[in-house]
Ligand binder design. Sequence first.
Ligand code: MN3
Length: 257
Amino acid sequence: MDNNKNNRREFLKTTGKAGVAAGLSFTILPALAKESSQMIEGAAGTKFYGENIPYTQQPLTYAYADLEPVIDTMTMEIHYSKHAAAYAKNLADAVAAEGVDTKKVSLVALLADIGKYSAKMRNNAGGHYNHEFFWKSMQKPSPISSPSGGLLKQIEKDFGSLGTFKTQFADAAKNRFGSGWAWLLLNSDKKMVIGSTPNQDNPLMGISDLKGAPLLGIDVWEHAYYLKYQNRRPDYIEAWWSVINWNMIQKRLDAAK
Ligand code: MN3
């Protein structure tokens, strides 16, 4: 961690307290600290950070209905309480059956080493991680939802413009054949790249062709959109931009750098 980052964190802490003391209405969220992510060392000297996520399903920070009309209430409820809950349960079964000490081996470390385990472990460790990551990437819809600040600067540096980034990301999501995920990630050269993974694989898996620190990911399994959008995956992807929690994406970028 460099000194600038330490200073900024100290500054945010201090100003946050000052804001409270002065009775001001703003709140400053703490940055997603480096400690909440974990360095992964891949093949050929690649190094990047993965966000730490617990092994168990966490409560949503919003209600099932809050993402309406982009994601309908019934889709959210079934997706979270049935599909995602099943990945978490099956992951718990797999770690017990395959002798993983979850107090010692983080989920990020398990994903990096996933080639050593069963297909059940791969599908459910990925499934659980990806969904927890996905829920945290969203918030109530806003028509003005857009990246800003350092996040926007990095997008413009690596893709040329916000429009080009959105087109490339949407194309990756549309063109993922069958079930899977499209990702924005920071690779080990600290450059943003876009790609997709099949099934419940993700860019933290050692066996994945696409590797890096995930910043944003969209679930393009039909269960994520079929009730409302049926076969119109592109419409779901287009609508999804307005529920992205860009503050969270900025925090992930800060932690991954
Ligand atoms: Mn899903």
